[in-house]
Design a binder for this molecule. Structure first.
Ligand SMILES: Nc1ncnc2c1ncn2[C@@H]1O[C@H](COP(=O)(O)OP(=O)(O)O)[C@@H](O)[C@H]1O
Ligand SMILES: [Mg+2]
Length: 159
């Protein structure tokens, strides 16, 4: 487990960028946390780190946005509006999960039942003040444990 405190929007973006250095095609990143905790902002950072040039927006209404301008494709889901996990299967989510890109899933808890066992789960909570976020990363599976180890080793001091 890796717990990081972010004190600003910019820091959350920076943490997303940090993660981008360690991901590989086929990786699944699940984001959980209330509205406004920074899930989309984190994804923007991840996308920026992958070299994506398009403006990354929340796929709240489209459910999924795909970006191909970076070094690895990014499949960005927001499943807040999905009625059931079955709908997620109907979207062909397995092709994304096991495809050539990174899948990021906002509100992953809504479809937990149908997610692969191996994934990186990131839980975002508001901290002690308005701009503070507690970002908790949990790895399920060896490759994600390696990612967390790498992130711990390369973590730059934040103040
Ligand atoms: N430390 C922080 N990290 C991320 N966002 C923050 C932080 N502090 C304040 N914010 C604000 O919280 C909001 C996060 O929005 P967003 O990333 O869309 O969240 P979500 O996708 O979880 O609903 C933004 O308005 C952002 O400016
Ligand atoms: Mg969002």
């Amino acid at each position: 487990m890796l717990k990081i405190i972010s004190k600003s929007l910019d820091e959350t973006i920076r943490i997303g960028m940090d993660l981008s250095k360690h991901v590989m095609p086929g990786d699944l990143i699940c984001l959980t946390g209330d509205l406004g905790t920074g899930k989309t902002s984190f994804t923007k950072g991840l996308g920026k780190g992958l070299g994506i040039t398009e403006y990354i927006t929340s796929p709240t209404y489209t459910i999924i946005n795909e970006y191909y301008s970076g070094r690895i494709p990014l499949y960005h889901f927001d499943v807040y509006r999905l009625g059931s996990a079955d709908e997620m299967l109907e979207l062909g989510c397995d092709e994304y999960f096991f495809g050539n890109g990174i899948t990021v899933l906002e509100w992953a808890d809504n479809v937990l039942d149908i997610l692969p066992e191996e994934k990186l789960c990131i839980i975002m909570n508001v901290g002690n003040n308005f701009d503070e976020r507690i970002i908790t990363m949990k790895a399920y599976g060896d490759k994600y444990k390696t990612i967390l180890k790498e992130m711990k080793n390369s973590e730059s001091p934040r103040n």
